[in-house]
Design a protein around this ligand. Structure first.
Ligand code: 1GP
Length: 251
């Protein structure tokens, strides 16, 4: 089964899915394998591999291979550039930062990467990537014109544009380690206006924060920092996954 299909199935059965983000630059490939295995035991639905920098090559390949060796989970690339492609992954978020000021992050890297993706036979999953304040490193590196936290209309306009372009996923990103996640009202507004698969990430550290965003309409919650930091990561991720799966939309 294709990865996008698998995610859709999880969303329709469980109400929402959880993905764990691992940045290959932050630990050894062996350690990434252990982290992924802990995340799998905690109930996460898949592993995203990528970061804000241009990390690629052997470190990326070895990280993906180690994760695949240690888990049964699908591995989805989350590239910052055309360097973030690995033949060992199952799929790639084919993403465009629609609110970047730099054409490289909107269509440039994608044009360089597309022929490689075809050659490798990777499954591309088309996704709009929208960076919301505070935005963090990814906002800075991607030269984002950050969506203000109080401007849900702008988030809706971008998400609608993504849908009309044919992108099937929209990712509302507050930036890794953000002190405040994407506002619940913004998630709700985008949910009400669009039919896309809605991903929310950045600064989600508690079960409550995750559940609130699922109730507002998020289909997928991404967490990264908690898998990196915690000695008790299994318990932390498990709490969040449990909250996500319990949260019923609109209640
Ligand atoms: C970053 O949204 C992801 O791209 C995850 O953010 O590291 O804050 O969980 P955190």
């Amino acid at each position: 089964m294709k990865v996008e299909e698998r995610l859709k199935r999880i969303i329709s059965l469980d109400g929402a899915a959880h993905l764990t983000l691992i940045d290959p630059e932050k630990q050894s490939p062996e350690q990434a394998g252990v982290m992924a295995s802990d995340a799998e035991a905690a109930g996460t639905d898949g592993i995203m591999v990528g970061g804000s920098t241009r990390a690629g090559g052997k470190l990326l390949d070895d990280t993906v291979v180690s994760i695949k060796r240690n888990t049964e989970l699908p591995v989805i690339l989350f590239p910052a550039s055309e360097a973030g492609i690995s033949s060992h992954a199952d799929a790639i978020f084919f993403m465009s930062m629609l609110n970047s000021r730099d054409v490289y992050y909107i269509t440039g890297a994608q044009t360089l990467g597309a022929p490689i993706i075809k050659k490798l036979g990777l499954e591309p999953i088309p996704m709009a990537y929208l960076v919301v304040e505070p935005g963090g490193t990814v906002g800075r590196v991607g030269r984002a014109e950050l969506i203000p936290r109080d401007d849900k209309e702008l988030a809706v306009a971008y998400a609608l544009a993504a849908q009309y372009f044919g992108m099937r996923l929209v990712y509302l990103e507050a930036g890794s380690g953000a002190d405040r996640p994407v506002p619940v009202e913004m998630v709700r507004a985008v949910r009400e206006a669009t039919d896309v698969i809605l991903i929310v990430g950045g600064g989600i550290k508690t079960p409550e924060a995750a559940a609130e965003r699922v109730r507002a309409g998020a289909d997928i919650i991404v967490t990264g920092t908690i898998v990196e930091q915690s000695d008790d990561r299994r318990a932390r991720i498990s709490e969040i996954v449990t909250a996500i799966k319990k949260a019923k939309r609109g209640k």
